[in-house]
Every structure is written in C-alpha cells, then in structure tokens.
Design a binder for this molecule. Structure first.
Ligand SMILES: NC(=O)c1ccc[n+]([C@@H]2O[C@H](COP(=O)([O-])OP(=O)(O)OC[C@H]3O[C@@H](n4cnc5c(N)ncnc54)[C@H](OP(=O)(O)O)[C@@H]3O)[C@@H](O)[C@H]2O)c1
Length: 169
C-alpha cells in the first residue's frame, strides 16, 4: 500500500490530491513501476481523478475497483471485490500489487497488506477525505527520507515504510 497523508491523516480534497509534491510523485512512480511488471489497484473515484495523460498509469496494470458490473474501460481491468483484483494481477504475471487508494480502497485492504509506504505531509486540515482508522499495534515504522519544501514541493515531508511483523498474507 502507498499513501500520502497530512498530520491529520487527510489524503484528498474534492476528487484530487490536496498538495503539489513533485518528489513524492516521482517516488510513487519509481516504486509502483518497480523492476518488473506491477499492478496498481485503485478505486473508481481515484481512477476518475487521474489527470489526462496519466490514465492509465503507464507501465503498470491498472486495476479499478467498482461495484458496478457494467463499469468498463479498455485501458484498465475491473475488479468487483478485493480478492478478484489480486487474482487478476497474478493471472497477468504481475510481480507486485500496489494498493494506491483512495480512502474506501485503503480501508478494504488495510488488513491484507504487509507493507505501507507512507509520506507524511507536514501540514494539517488538507481536505475532507481521510485515511481509514489504522490500528498500528504490530506495525513497525522505518523512516527512509525527510525532505524540505521547495519550488516543486509545497510542504516538507517524511517518507517511511511500515511493516507488519508475523504477517502471513
Ligand atoms: N493522498 C493519497 O495518497 C491518495 C491516493 C489515492 C487517492 N487519494 C484521494 O482519495 C479520494 C478518493 O477516495 P474515495 O474513498 O472517495 O474513493 P476511492 O476509494 O478512490 O473509490 C471509491 C469507489 O471504489 C469502489 N468500491 C468501493 N468499495 C468497493 C468494494 N467493496 N468492491 C468493489 N468496488 C468498491 C466504488 O466504485 P463505484 O462507485 O464505481 O461502485 C466506490 O465509489 C480523492 O480525493 C483522491 O484524490 C489520495
């Protein structure tokens, strides 16, 4: 799972990201593309929010979660339930599955992932969409990088990887 959230756990404003963070977008691309062929799993609203030119996210299998059996797009696979998204990814030969949001989809997969890549954005009250309630007992955080704000990055950030001990998948 990969997410950027502010200090209040806010992740979205309207149907978009609340901040402009070029370094974080570049990291997102690098991590989710990986070295092989990976899948990104997202909610239909996040799919709708992707800007022109980034839909589908290139070089990755785009899997969109929707409850509507008639939702279809030739640039993406559709999954009606969480296990189906994983089946599609592995049937297509993906090495890694990245759950990329938004809030409803994070909530659905929170108990199923073993690693969460979190960018903490050093601001508060960024929007009305929040990351779901997350019980961090059993999770360990390793801070990887802290970055200052600059021209391309509206706020300072801290990137860390949370892992769950003893997770069997
Ligand atoms: N900061 C970040 O890292 C980050 C990352 C991603 C997104 N975001 C933000 O998050 C916001 C969007 O989040 P959101 O929670 O409103 O929407 P979302 O999670 O992107 O998508 C919600 C949609 O997913 C489908 N869905 C939900 N539960 C399902 C289930 N059990 N089975 C199958 N499909 C299911 C439904 O689609 P249908 O209505 O088609 O049935 C639902 O409307 C935006 O503001 C976006 O910018 C932030």
């Amino acid at each position: 799972m990969i997410v950027a959230m502010d200090e209040d756990g806010r992740i979205g404003k309207g149907n978009g990201l609340p901040w402009r963070l070029a370094a974080d977008m570049a990291r997102f691309k690098r991590l989710t593309e990986g070295d092989g062929f990976n899948a990104v799993i997202m909610g239909r609203k996040t799919w709708d929010s992707l800007p022109d030119g980034f839909r589908p996210l290139p070089e990755r299998l785009n899997i969109v979660m929707s409850r509507h059996t008639d939702w279809a797009n030739e640039e993406a696979e559709t999954a009606l339930y969480p296990g189906r998204a994983i089946e599609i990814a592995y049937a297509d030969g993906c090495e890694e599955c990245w759950v990329i949001g938004g809030a409803q989809i994070y909530g659905m997969y929170l108990d199923r992932v073993d690693e969460i890549h979190v960018t903490t954005v050093h601001t508060t009250g960024s929007g009305e969409v929040s990351f779901p309630k997350w019980d961090k007992s059993g999770w360990t955080e390793e801070t990887i990088e802290s970055l200052d704000a600059d021209d391309g990055n509206e706020h300072s950030t801290r990137y860390s990887i949370w892992t769950r001990s003893g997770f069997k998948g």
